[in-house]
Design a protein around this ligand. Structure first.
Ligand code: SF4
Length: 94
């Protein structure tokens, strides 16, 4: 039976670096359409919008695809770096 994308993503392992967040964001963005596009675009679903309209983000579980950086650079994503060596995602099935 073919594996779904969710099945494959579930096999990934994460070495979370609790002392270093590799992505920093600006929580307040006046462009609501951009916020919605970002929430839709992150394949790991790490962005959410709070009731007050601010953006909530957690770097744990990041797939390091760079989509959020390209889509919102300097508007929501303030800085984007790879995790330190040996940390972050370890892909098991692509
Ligand atoms: S790099 Fe990719 S997976 Fe990580 S937060 Fe940005 S869009 Fe989501």
């Amino acid at each position: 039976m073919a594996m779904t994308i969710e099945d494959k993503l579930g096999l990934n392992r994460f070495n979370v670096d609790n002392s270093y967040a590799h992505i920093h964001i600006k929580e307040n963005c006046p462009d609501q359409k951009l916020v919605e596009r970002l929430i839709m675009a992150c394949p790991a679903k790490l962005y959410r919008q709070r009731e007050d309209g601010s953006v909530e983000f957690s770097y744990e579980g990041c797939l390091e695809c760079g989509t959020c950086r390209v889509l919102t650079h300097d508007r929501i994503v303030e800085s984007w770096n790879h995790p330190m060596g040996g940390m972050g995602v370890a892909f098991r099935k692509g």
